[in-house]
Design a protein around this ligand. Structure first.
Ligand SMILES: O=C(O)CCC(=O)C(=O)O
Ligand SMILES: [Fe+2]
Length: 313
């Protein structure tokens, strides 16, 4: 079994041929995904909406979901394919030693690099069945090419934005490639625990395996992987800026026994020094310095939307 700083990589558990999930990864009964695995093929369930960027008349209602596909976004599908290809290649073609040469600092939350415990707030947290590679991409001054494996320079999606961008100021962008090895007992685990993203918004592409779910009206809704679309997830600072008119979307990833799954998320966040406040009166949320929000998020752990709910006035 491969470890780095006593941190086990999930992929190496699978390569060791484990058929039983180690106890640190077993979710308590109330957060296990069994219900949603049964229901994911149910055609009566709602599915996240589409926003066609070439014809965006009904955007407002769609944003209620907090998460939606965008199509006709103008980003060449070849670039999206290349992101999926290089992400998978890092996990599947590099040796463990090569991957560990990019290991993140196990003592620092959200440090960039190769890791497995991004959302682990304490020793009691149930571990996610996921490995990831995280990299700082914007602003350009944060980029350190020596921390990016030699596979591609085309890693920035960058979409135009207006209101949120004005409130956020200069965007800080991270890219996280998540790799979910097949899990021998998917009904007991989560690839990634329920959370809302802490920044402004996230753009996500995934391969065709599927596993992302969004919480909507009391149910976990499976997000069908769409090859050409980009999935947008509104994050907590958008909820603050819009004074709750657009809510951040709780989401999680489930695992499966057969196929490794890959997703690539780009997170768009304010600078740590930026004070974010509602753009409407009367404010329903306290203003918050983004750096303080991040610290609290990592020290308490996400647990659904507990951090954004703590800002409610
Ligand atoms: O892998 C996924 O589909 C979800 C990834 C995610 O939510 C995250 O990295 O914050
Ligand atoms: Fe997320």
């Amino acid at each position: 079994m491969e470890v780095a700083g006593n941190r086990v990589r999930v992929q190496s558990l699978v390569q060791d041929g484990k058929v039983v999930v180690p106890p640190q990864y077993v979710q308590p009964p109330e957060t296990r995904p069994n219900r949603s695995i049964e229901k994911r093929n149910d055609n009566d369930l709602p599915t996240p909406p589409f926003i066609d960027l070439s014809n965006s008349d009904s955007v407002h209602e769609q944003l209620e979901w907090g998460a939606f596909h965008i199509i006709n976004h103008g980003i060449p599908v070849e670039l999206l394919d290349e992101m999926r290809r290089v992400g998978r290649s890092f996990f599947e073609d590099c040796t463990m030693d090569q991957k560990l040469s990019y290991a993140c600092d196990p003592n620092s939350p959200a440090s960039e690099g190769y890791g497995s415990r991004m959302l682990v707030a304490s020793n009691n947290t149930v571990l996610d069945w996921r490995d990831y590679f995280d990299h700082h991409t914007l602003p350009p001054s944060r980029r350190n090419p020596s921390k990016w494996p030699h596979f591609s320079s085309n890693y920035s999606l960058g979409l135009p934005s207006s209101c949120i961008k004005d409130a956020v100021g200069e965007f800080y962008q991270n890219i996280t490639v998540s790799y979910y090895p097949p899990c021998p007992q998917p009904e007991l685990t989560l690839g990634l625990q329920s959370h809302s993203d802490m920044g402004a918004f996230t753009l996500l592409i995934q391969d065709d395996v599927g596993g992302l779910e969004v919480w909507k009206d009391g149910e976990w809704i499976f997000v069908n992987p769409l090859h050409d679309a980009i999935f947008v997830i509104l994050a907590d600072q958008t909820e603050v800026i819009t004074n709750g008119q657009y809510k951040s979307a709780p989401h999680r990833a489930i695992t499966n026994a057969k196929n490794a799954r890959l997703s690539v998320s780009t997170f768009h966040d304010p600078a740590k020094t930026k004070v974010v406040s509602p753009a409407f009166e009367p404010p329903k949320y306290c203003q918050v310095k983004y750096g303080d929000y991040v610290l609290s998020w990592y020290s308490k752990g996400p647990e659904g939307k507990r951090n954004i709910d703590a800002l409610l006035l």
